[in-house]
Design a protein around this ligand. Structure first.
Ligand code: NVA
Length: 396
């Protein structure tokens, strides 16, 4: 017993020491906007990626009809090493580009996602990958918020950036670190019948904003949120429910942050706002021509002097066979400063639009199409931990 007590004392002593990581020298967590000068960010990794298992929040489909015929059903287990290497090459290149622009970069821990999960409420045969870090965590001002997540195979994905969070939290005495309540992800959190709705049913329901998740417990992926200083906007979707938005509202209200919902009725299966409504800078948004924001929401932005610029059709609309995202990954760009943006290299039309219509002085093209397989592009694969910006009020 004595030994045990002394062990406890040692642990407390160690925890009280100010342990610095090699990369953590006087760092700050700070990001109020989508456009402040980027100082530090995390870039995802594709290592040990697995196919997402079929589950109530996701019934994946093979996009290529020929391949669908050959394989018969959605594949299981690990993705091929070739597919992982191709994505990692582009992710590593993004790191080099960011470092070249003076942005400090960090990477998630490489974990074994082929392990099954068994919890009191669900089981999945394998997990996914830590590529789209944006979905798991967001910096809102000086607070890091771990999302609940909405898919079972992504339940523990946040652990890949836990060490980064621990280091930051030790380094920055002003940082707040919050984790949204871990959902049970029990069957009653999902609306299984949604998957049987026809396109017509979904169209008829579009103004009700009901998707494959219920409102039983707060649910959100962090990529459903976009930041404009004092105001953040959250999209109800397949990955975010109204209870999730309410949780964010209550948590952030004491800090003076206003949480709004943003609706996109024509997206009949929405998830993640960053291919639909991409805030480029103060009073400027890149909008998706096929997914206009609901009229009532649009009025609020317009009243506050915001301008919307429609994105053109993607130059390359092809979707990798196993990608569960749309052709609009073309819009998933990464603004790294008030006048600087990173765009997928094949999207020439968008690059021109950003330069000539949206006032970006520097548009950096990078190859990223091998990452599309993992459901995201440049914005999805990153988590901005530090930007030079503040709590601007653009909706006074
Ligand atoms: N669900 C979005 C992708 C988000 C990264 C889309 O398919 O457009």
């Amino acid at each position: 017993w004595k030994g045990h007590r002394s062990f406890g004392t040692e642990v407390n002593h160690a925890a009280a020491q100010h342990k610095k990581s090699p990369k953590a020298d006087g760092r700050k967590l700070n990001a109020w906007t989508q456009w402040g000068e980027l100082k530090e960010c995390v870039v995802g990794v594709a290592d040990n990626a697995c196919f997402p298992p079929v589950q109530p929040a996701m019934i994946p489909e093979i996009n290529d009809p020929m391949l669908r015929k050959v394989l018969g059903e959605w594949p299981r287990g690990r993705k091929s090493q070739r597919c992982v290497d191709a994505a990692n090459e582009e992710l590593d290149n993004l790191v080099n580009v960011l470092e070249g622009e003076g942005v400090k970069t960090l990477r998630p821990e490489v974990m074994d996602w082929s392990q099954p999960l068994n919890t009191p409420f669900f089981s999945v045969e394998n997990q996914y990958v830590a590529c789209c870090v944006r979905d798991t965590i967001i910096t809102v001002g000086k607070t890091a918020i771990e999302a609940t997540m909405s898919r079972r195979d992504r339940y523990f994905e946040i652990l890949a950036v836990r060490q980064i969070l621990r280091d930051l939290w030790r380094e920055d005495p002003e940082m707040l670190w919050k984790a949204a309540p871990k959902p049970s992800m029990a069957d009653d959190m999902y609306n299984l019948s949604w998957w049987d709705w026809t396109e017509k049913d979904r169209y008829e329901h579009m103004h009700k904003y009901q998707y494959c998740i219920t409102n039983e417990e707060p649910l959100f992926d962090a990529a459903d949120i976009t930041r404009c200083g004092k105001d953040i906007f959250v999209q109800p979707s397949m990955t975010c429910n109204y209870a999730g938005i309410e949780w964010l509202r209550r948590e952030l209200a004491p800090q003076g942050i206003r949480v709004h919902s943003a609706h996109f009725p024509y997206d009949l299966a929405p998830s993640h706002i960053d291919c639909t409504f991409v805030v480029l800078g103060p009073r400027l948004v890149l909008t998706n021509p096929e997914r206009p924001i609901a009229e009532r929401d649009a009025a609020f932005w317009k009243e506050n002097g915001w301008d919307f610029v429609d994105c053109g059709q993607p130059d390359n609309p092809e979707r990798p066979a196993f990608s569960q995202s749309s052709k609009w990954l073309s819009m998933n760009i990464f603004v790294i400063g008030p006048s600087k943006v990173i765009v997928e290299e094949q999207e020439k039309g968008l690059q021109e639009l950003l330069k000539h219509r949206c006032g970006f002085e520097t548009v950096i093209p990078v190859p990223f199409r091998n990452v599309f397989e993992y459901g995201g592009s440049l914005h999805c694969s990153t988590w901005d931990t530090c930007r030079e910006d503040n709590m601007v009020d653009l909706f006074p």
